[in-house]
Design a protein around this ligand. Structure first.
Ligand code: SF4
Ligand code: SF4
Length: 411
């Protein structure tokens, strides 16, 4: 997406254009004129608003497209025509077909119209070479010379962020011009991973789960919507990232019972529950974009329909009602239960797969992911010691849930 069509004054336009193509630098963050300046961090073109993604200086659409899975090409084109300019994918999404489909789109409509974020994994016996191989594979599938944002997929161990093999791969790939900005996605251990990513100063952006269930004080009785929306742990981390000019993209914003579930009772007039959730997430000005899957024209209309709108009092009320009625056993993926298990049961991972099944209606993916766990990592090895539930700040009935997961996901 070129900046030249934004309706801003010529001098600012030229300034922004230059900034968008700047590489990141440690010095930029401290001297950045955008920090704390909301007007300069948000621009409008057509129906879409764009927010600056931290020190990348990219302007990304407030709603971006998730690539797991990618919609068929006609819909994909329409989503881009409606102003979405950031697509999130990964080397493993749709067995590589997500990157292939995005690559084909970029060839057809022009590479510069889309900013692509893709990821590599740190899995079994990974090293510098395996990371470089993975990124080269992504470039081939995307049929492009460069990746806009290269992320570590699901970083869960903070030590990996500054591991010399990771840094070595990032540096070599950077020298070869194979990516512009670097970041990580994080599903678990946010409190340690995000803090380290921000404090080490090496990363330009972070993609992390952020949704209406992010409650801060789990001891406090939940009476009002504000109790839910108060400073949550995740919100603190997002503010910390913003203070260092590290961009944030929110994922898992529509964390509910799947689009097929009947959620009509939480509607407010024409505003669906999903729309209220998206509005809520985008009210946090420290977030640049919410990444959402759009697989049908109806979903596209629903999701893009919230751009530029704020959450009304009535919508807040219904959102609160929804959260109040559905927060029991809601897992925040903090990872504390898994760390506490003396028998190495992968509780957090199991609960994540269960959320794929129950919350996103990704049943095949959930079962496939679960099938890769060894029996000794599942409820089979649980000795009922209760350590996981003692560790959980949110009162999740971990033992009951991992057994439910086994019943649902192993058949
Ligand atoms: S109750 Fe089971 S899953 Fe939980 S910590 Fe103990 S052995 Fe691990
Ligand atoms: S069950 Fe509780 S401790 Fe375990 S990951 Fe979820 S929120 Fe964290």
């Amino acid at each position: 997406m070129s900046n030249k069509t934004f309706s801003v004054c010529p001098s600012r336009r030229a300034f922004l254009k230059n900034l968008v193509f700047m590489t990141s630098s440690a010095t930029l963050a401290s001297a950045n004129p955008f920090l704390g300046d909301e007007e300069n961090n948000r621009l409008k073109k057509g129906e879409m608003f764009y927010r600056r993604l931290g020190k990348t200086n990219l302007f990304v659409s407030e709603i971006s497209l998730g690539g797991s899975p990618v919609p068929e090409e006609a819909l994909l084109r329409q989503i881009i025509e409606r102003g979405v300019n950031y697509i999130d994918t990964s080397c493993t999404y749709m067995n590589g077909n997500s990157e292939r489909m995005i690559g084909k789109l970029c060839k057809n409509i022009g590479r510069e119209k889309v900013q692509v974020g893709t990821k590599f994994h740190l899995r079994r016996n990974w090293n510098e070479e395996s990371i470089i191989d993975s990124v080269n594979g992504s470039l081939r599938r995307l049929d492009t010379d460069y990746i806009d944002v290269l992320l570590i997929h699901g970083a869960r161990n903070e030590e990996n962020l500054t591991d010399e093999r990771v840094i070595g791969a990032f540096e070599k790939l950077k020298k070869q011009g194979k990516y512009r900005f670097r970041g990580l996605s994080c599903h678990t251990n946010h409190h340690r991973v995000v803090k380290k990513a921000v404090e080490c100063g090496y990363y330009d952006m972070i993609q992390l789960g952020y949704n209406v269930f992010d409650i801060q004080d789990t001891e406090k009785e939940i009476k009002t919507y504000d109790d839910y929306l108060g400073e949550s742990g995740i919100r603190h981390l997002i503010s910390l990232a913003h203070s260092k000019d590290v961009g944030i993209i929110a994922m898992k914003t529509l964390k509910v019972g799947g689009r097929r579930q009947n959620l009509a009772k939480y509607k407010t007039g024409n505003t669906s529950l999903f729309q209220a959730m998206l509005k809520w997430a985008l009210e946090n000005k420290n977030i640049s974009s919410a990444v959402i899957e759009m697989l049908t024209y109806e979903e596209m209309e629903e999701d893009l329909g919230v751009v530029g709108l704020s959450l009304s009092a009535e919508e807040s009320k219904n959102l609160f009602r929804y959260v109040a009625e559905n927060s029991v056993d809601f897992c925040h993926m903090c990872g504390l239960c898994q760390e506490s298990c003396p028998y190495f049961v992968k509780t957090t991972e199991i609960l994540r797969y269960l959320a794929y099944y129950e919350g996103y209606d990704k049943r095949a993916l959930a079962k496939k992911a679960y099938s890769k766990l060894k029996p000794e990592q599942t409820a089979f090895s649980c000795r009922d010691c209760g350590a996981c539930e003692k560790a959980c700040l949110y009162g999740v009935a971990v033992r009951k849930r991992i057994r439910e997961a086994h019943r649902i996901l192993s058949c």
